[in-house]
Design a protein around this ligand. Structure first.
Ligand SMILES: [Ca+2]
Length: 580
């Protein structure tokens, strides 16, 4: 019998073996015939320090578990959370070897160190506060803004360094600006270069006229080379004006986003309806004023007509450009579009949210149209309506234009209240109680097991891979775990079976006025015509009987957002896992 005893402590694994000589054994047995752990270099005895590393990893996980997402950038928090989950998995396995414990510890420690304490590259970048700027007349000012960059001429530029995107590549950029050009003038532009001004152009943002230095607007453009921007960790904005124009625009802020810009599928403008081409108008309680090229002094009952508007194969969207101050306009003011006659039935209602506290903030709002209704050559009427007006707030809005467009690859949109059949009970259509509903009405009185039949829906030729719902899940009145189940083609209320997709409806607030939007990627994209049913589910109790109020349902084609780049983390894990 041979015995071996080791004493002392170690913080690392130790591997060793015993070499026997032939004469250690009797009867001429050669040492090479002895097998087992510890007698060959390929199968050494191991003194494991795993317990030490297990202890320090557990301590780090305890510390990391206190970190909350709110303070950190999406990208850096995503990497941190992955590392924390990995560490917990490793700890949960009592057989985890030392190398795995060490790798998890290192990955978590570096993810903690990399947590970015603000929104990093995704924060709002104030145009008046760059890291560097250059231009003959650049000036920081506050002209109808909280601070803006003025005096911007051809070739001027400004630069932001240390843009930490947290490993998540930016897919789009928003620019808020104002200028004095008409919307029909040739636009100015800004080229965004990755890194310095001689870096590649990763986005070109067109800046159409906003109609006045006091009218700020926000445009969003695709970032065409996200990786270049991610790698450069900085951006230079170079401004351009058409030849002969002195000023490019004034700039309020910029912001990158990891989400792609909305679909760039070509949009055709079929008609732009303004004071200039209105064929007839009627006053409301006050006389309309048209002399400024804008519908002003617009009160309940005023209207405008555009006779023989050519809409061809059909418009799918109307976009209204308007100015509606909280101080002077009625809260429920809106526009009703009618076809054929001023007092005919309303084809679509355009809700108008407030755009600012006082006059001077013009915003756009869009509403989907049924192209089978808004087609051919039509007499289009806009009727300006309100019911909550007072002497102090008599107006509907100042309306600059109504633009009717058609998108080649349009999303499929319908109001949740546009059902053809339903399960009855308390289900009802009521005025939408939250802004951003996208529809004037919402589906109320919902309950667990309620269902709605929307008839045959044409999803078109281009695949729709995402469903989006606007809704309110009021935690004070709705059950828990509310969701909408989508059924295609067939639906049996008594035996609904497995839905095509289930859209969770997370709580949006504790009142009916705080709504939200939720999106789900469909398991398979949808094309062609299908019967559509929605079924509503929740865990209700007597004081929380409802599922949620639903506004609008949209099926669209959306590119997947950029995935978190975990390559550095994986490299670290691979490196240390080999030691196990
Ligand atoms: Ca600003």
């Amino acid at each position: 019998t041979a015995s071996l005893r080791l004493t002392g402590t170690t913080r690392t694994d130790a591997r060793f073996g015993i070499t026997f000589r032939d004469r250690a054994f009797p009867r001429g047995i050669p040492a090479s015939t002895v097998t087992g752990t510890g007698v060959s270099v390929t199968d050494p005895l191991v003194v494991s320090a795993a317990a030490v590393h297990r202890g320090s990893l557990a301590a780090l996980v305890d510390e990391a578990s206190l970190v909350r997402e709110s303070n950190y950038s999406d990208g850096s928090y995503g990497i941190f959370r992955t590392a924390l989950e990995r560490a917990r998995t490793v700890l949960a396995d009592s057989a985890s070897p030392t190398g795995t414990l060490m790798a998890a510890h290192d990955a978590l420690r570096s993810a903690i160190a990399a947590l970015t304490l603000d929104e990093g590259g995704y924060a709002v970048l104030q145009a008046e506060d760059p890291d560097r700027m250059e231009g003959p007349s650049l000036v920081k000012e506050a002209y109808y803004s909280d601070g803006d960059l003025g005096g911007v001429t051809e070739g001027a530029w400004e630069q932001y360094t240390d843009l930490d995107f947290g490993g998540v590549a930016p897919r789009s950029v928003s620019v808020r600006y104002a200028n004095s050009q008409a919307s029909t003038a040739e636009p100015s532009s800004v080229d965004i270069h990755a890194g310095d001004a001689d870096g590649p152009v990763v986005a070109t943002v067109s800046l159409p006229g906003t109609g006045g230095w006091q009218y700020y607007t926000t445009v969003r453009a695709a970032v065409l080379d996200p990786q270049a921007l991610l790698k450069a960790s900085g951006a230079t904005f170079v401004f351009h004006a058409p030849s002969g124009r002195q000023w490019v625009s004034n700039f309020d802020w910029y912001q990158f986003s990891p989400e792609a810009a909305p679909s760039s599928s070509p949009i055709t403008t079929l008609a732009t309806l303004t004071t200039a081409n209105a064929t007839s108008t009627g006053d409301g309680s006050l006389p309309l004023k048209l002399s400024g090229g804008v519908f002003e002094n617009v009160t309940n009952g005023a209207w405008a007509e555009w006779r023989d508007t050519v809409l061809g194969d059909g418009a799918d969207t109307v976009t209204v450009s308007y100015d509606k101050p909280r101080s002077r306009a009625a809260s429920d003011s809106h526009i009703e579009l009618r076809l054929g006659a001023e007092d005919g039935p309303t084809a679509v209602t355009v809700p108008l949210d407030y755009t600012g506290s006082g006059w001077g903030t013009v915003a756009d709002t869009s509403v989907r149209l049924d192209p089978d209704v808004f087609d051919g050559t039509r007499d289009v009427y806009a009727v300006f309506v309100s019911s909550t007006q007072t002497d102090a707030q008599p107006y509907v809005a100042n309306v600059h234009s109504l633009t009717l467009t058609r998108q080649a690859d349009a999303p499929v949109v319908f109001d949740a209240t546009a059902f053809e059949g339903d399960s009855g009970g308390g289900l009802k259509s009521e005025p939408a109680t939250w802004s951003g509903a996208g529809s004037a009405t919402s589906l109320g009185g919902t309950y667990d097991g309620a269902w709605l039949d929307y008839g045959d829906v044409d999803f078109g030729d281009s695949p729709k891979n995402t469903v989006t719902l606007t809704y309110v899940n009021n935690s004070a009145r709705c059950g828990t775990g509310s969701a909408v189940q989508l059924y295609l083609d067939s639906f049996d209320p008594d035996a609904p079976g497995t839905p095509y997709a289930t859209v969770p409806l997370p709580v949006t607030g504790s009142s009916w006025s705080s709504g939200g939007t939720t999106s789900l990627t469909l398991p398979e994209a949808i094309t062609g015509t299908h019967a559509v049913h929605l079924r509503l589910t929740t865990n209700a109790d007597s004081s929380h009987p409802y599922v949620a109020n639903l506004g609008q349902v949209t099926f669209d084609r959306v590119e997947a957002p950029a995935k978190t780049d975990l390559s550095a983390l994986r490299k670290a894990v691979d490196r240390y896992e080999g030691l196990a």
